[in-house]
Design a protein. Structure first.
Lengths: 477, 361
């Protein structure tokens, strides 16, 4: 019996060692590709003149679609920020997703809205309209369309936006995000620039705006937050965006475009059926589905990622909300991978099937579970007195040093390109965050991921969860 | 010291594998400490670099403004000598050029001419021209961009050589140079262009062209017949923007182009110019063209409808596409009210009924 148990433990040990080795190798490879790609993007785009594009009537039309649910507190100001974009040929579609507060009334009063007759082509089935479609009587707000509908969730609201829009491209964003004035022209650029394949979607970096100073929808001052929970998330975002997604963009293997800020070819998004209302990971799911359709139709396509800091959002400041958010992300990942499992390791789907999806499954979907099993394995070993402490401590140090070095690479990439945190003293705070993050954020993320797995299998009714926002720091105008 | 000694003893007495792992740890730790110092110095140097940049930019801006507004030739010469001396240094030369670019953007007329002359007097163009030979595309782009901004026309033949450069950013810079400095004449690079011309570049070029006082556009017929579909697409945009009504024949030919995007752009252009002659051509092959082309054509009919097309419209009120159905019904209602009123109001086609109810409301 003991022999069998020891054999099993040996097999586990082998799996853990191989898994760790492959994780470290893949991170190193992706990190190198990303850093090169980010620096190259930064260099290439330092020559670009965006003025002609944003002011040209020949530029393609873009609709910004922003779903809003009970956003009464900030909705008027957030819409003003969306309307202040410098791009000429765009409109803003706010979809009030059955809010129970006075969001609609506030919008009607602030923007002088009136109900209009609108023939809606329901290309994607959605919940019905409630009060209907509104436009402003004031020509200054001619770009604004407000749609009031029955509650159906974020995906459903985005689908209504896709149905309403007549633009060539749609930028789907969270209404509470701060979009910089040149965001649209930067995001639309790959669609217009690439000539050898069809660009189906582009996504941008999400930056964390907690503690930053914003005035009239403009970023006035970028500050490094005081709260460690927010700092660690900044570090995590930098790592994910600058060292992860840039590499996947380069390899044309990107599977996620953040729901807070992404642009799509509207026709393709509609043709594939829009957002899936049954998943909480709608942002990942739609990209995977769009890619799947393109692969099946054998059309050469690209999904791009833009590293410019164009979209700023508020990150959770409490562990409870953070856990709820990451729980949802985990469930979204599981749902998407399960739904599209047919493509995994299927050569018919090219890189998507052979690299992106397996990677995502092994290193994103399975990572928290393997980590938990590893912890249990370690506890069993302690109980059995089978821990070689000198090995354990050495491996722990190695893993920790690798993690902090990887974070440091992300910080270096940020400093050498956008260098957003210029203030004196921030450098030290960044290093401190790098050293503490594995102890402060990682266990929370791991816990949230495990909870996400549990909820996915045993608590099917759980949907979005609540994101309580404190509001971005705004200066009075 | 005892601790270090104990650690040393521990490592020396450990198995080889542990020794290797600890060696790794020490290497990573060393790299980490090194990078922390490097990070600190990088932040410091970035701040310092920015301050130096600002300092020199302010210095040269003051000198250049003095030069521009000075009425004494001797003072101007003194400034030129000073700038000449500084331009030997790479960093300072870049700073001078950047300041000149900044000032050039802010002024016009005689002062702008004076800046161009100063750029010439300082022989800064030689540095820019030397970059044309570089294998590094970014250096090339920088050089062409500078020559463009300071109107150095003499090197256009050298620059034209790069019109089909493998790097699309270089190609873009070449195109911008030619069109900005040679206006519509610069468009003749299209004759040589074999590489793609992206939508992004097309919009940029159109915006530059729109700004010129002289709007005499050259003959675009050859470009409409180009084997490069990107040149055709751009030529169609020129036809549209400059209302080239006489290109009707070419447009009809392009309706049979193999590329769907070209055909669609042709219909959009014909719509803009209200070229009625394309109607019969499209109607004759309406079922064979793509949905986008069909919708674009029906949008054309919205502004150029003739009663003789009633049968064509009537056959499309039950089309499977919502937009085609909507436009067809709309045309019917506006032009043939009796026929519209006689339509079956109990159709099983949900979209049809939805549109009808909306129109009747």
């Amino acid at each position: 019996m003991e022999v069998i148990l020891l054999k099993i433990l040996d097999i586990f040990l082998f799996i853990f060692v191989m898994y760790t080795f492959s994780v470290v190798s893949s991170y190193i490879i992706l990190g190198i590709i990303s850093t090169k790609e980010t620096v190259s993007y930064f260099k290439k785009n330092s020559f670009v003149n965006y003025k002609n594009i944003m002011s040209s009537e020949d530029s393609p039309s873009i609709s910004i679609i922003a779903p809003a649910y009970n956003e009464s507190l900030n909705v008027v100001e957030n819409v003003r920020s969306l309307l202040s974009n410098h791009y000429v040929n765009y409109d803003v579609i706010i979809v009030n997703d059955g809010s129970k507060d006075d969001s609609l009334e506030k919008l009607i009063a602030a923007y002088d809205l009136e109900k209009i007759d609108y023939l809606l082509n329901e290309q994607i089935p959605t919940q019905p309209l409630r009060e209907g479609v509104f436009k402003s009587k004031n020509p200054a707000f001619a770009k604004l369309i407000v749609v009031d509908k029955e509650n159906g969730g974020k995906s459903d609201a985005l689908n209504v936006g896709l149905n309403i829009s007549t633009s060539k491209y749609v930028a789907c964003i969270d209404v509470d995000c701060l979009l910089l004035e040149d965001a649209l022209q930067k995001l639309v650029k790959p669609f217009l620039e690439v000539t050898d394949s069809k660009v189906i979607a582009t996504g941008g970096v999400i930056r964390i705006a907690n503690s930053c100073v914003i005035k009239n929808g403009k970023m006035l001052e970028i500050n490094f937050p005081k709260k460690m929970i927010v700092r660690t998330q900044i570090l995590e975002y930098l790592r994910a965006f600058l060292l992860g997604r840039m590499a996947w963009s380069r390899l044309n293997g990107l599977l996620v475009i953040s729901g807070a800020f992404g642009m799509f070819d509207r026709k393709i998004a509609v043709d594939v059926g829009g957002y899936d209302v049954k998943t909480v990971g709608e942002d990942m799911e739609i990209i995977v589905r769009m890619r799947r359709v393109m692969e099946e139709k054998k059309i050469k396509y690209r999904v791009f990622f833009i590293p410019d800091p164009l979209c700023w959002t508020e990150a959770p400041e409490s562990y409870k909300i953070l856990i709820s958010q990451r729980n949802r992300w985990t469930r979204g990942t599981i749902e998407t991978l399960k739904k599209h499992r047919k493509m995994g390791l299927n050569p018919k789907y090219g890189k998507l099937g052979m690299i992106s999806l397996p990677y995502w499954f092994i290193y994103e979907r399975m990572a928290p579970l393997i980590e938990v099993v590893g912890l249990i394995y370690f506890i069993v070993l302690i109980y059995m007195g089978g821990v070689h402490w000198e090995y354990a401590i050495t491996f722990f140090f190695l893993a920790y040093l690798f993690t902090v070095l990887f974070s440091l690479l992300a910080i270096f990439t940020e400093e050498m390109t956008y260098n957003e945190y210029k203030k004196k003293g921030v450098g030290f705070k960044m290093i401190l965050t790098i050293l503490l993050e594995p102890f402060l954020l990682h266990p929370v993320i791991l816990y949230a991921a495990v909870r996400g797995n549990f909820d996915y299998y045993f608590n099917k009714n759980k949907k979005w969860g609540v994101m309580v926002r404190t509001g971005l720091k705004k200066e009075d105008s | 010291m005892n601790y270090i000694h104990a650690l040393e003893n521990y490592i020396n007495n450990s198995p080889l594998f542990i020794q290797v792992l600890w060696s790794f740890c020490f290497v990573l730790l060393f790299i980490f400490i090194l990078l922390v110092f490097l990070h600190s110095s990088l932040r410091g140097s970035l701040r310092k670099k920015e301050a130096i940049k600002k300092k020199y930019s302010e210095k040269y801006e003051t000198l250049l403004i003095q030069y521009l507004y000075s009425e004494e030739v001797s003072e101007q010469q003194k400034i030129v000598r000073l700038l000449n001396r500084d331009s030997g240094n790479n960093f300072k030369r870049n700073s001078i050029v950047n300041t000149l670019i900044k000032l050039k953007d802010e002024i016009s007329g005689e002062l702008e001419v004076a800046i161009l002359k100063l750029y010439d007097d300082l022989n800064l163009d030689t540095f820019a021209i030397s970059k044309l030979k570089s294998k590094n595309p970014f250096r090339m782009i920088n050089g062409i961009r500078q020559l463009n901004i300071f109107h150095v026309k003499s090197v256009h033949a050298k620059i034209l050589e790069h019109v089909n450069h493998e790097d699309r950013l270089v190609r873009k810079e070449v195109q911008l140079y030619l069109v900005k400095l040679f206006q519509f004449e610069g468009l003749f690079f299209l004759d040589k262009l074999e590489a793609p011309l992206s939508e992004w570049n097309q919009i940029q070029l159109l915006e530059i062209l729109k700004k010129f006082d002289n709007q005499d556009i050259p003959d675009v017929t050859a470009w409409l017949k180009s084997t490069n579909k990107f040149v055709v697409l751009f030529a169609l945009k020129l036809v549209r923007v400059y209302n080239l009504y006489e290109k009707e024949k070419s447009l009809i030919d392009l309706l049979s182009h193999e590329d769907q995007k070209v055909r669609l752009e042709t219909i959009i252009t014909a719509t803009h110019l209200q070229q009625l002659s394309i109607k019969s051509v499209i109607i004759s092959k309406f079922e064979d063209i793509s949905l986008e082309e069909q919708i674009a054509f029906l949008n054309f009919l919205k502004i150029a409808y003739e009663p003789a097309e009633v049968d064509f419209i009537h056959t499309h009120i039950y089309h499977t596409d919502f937009d085609i159905k909507r436009i067809a019904l709309d045309l019917l209602k506006s032009n043939h009210k009796e026929l519209y009123d006689s339509l079956d109001c109990n159709s099983e086609d949900k979209d049809f009924m939805k549109i009808l109810n909306f129109m009747n409301a």
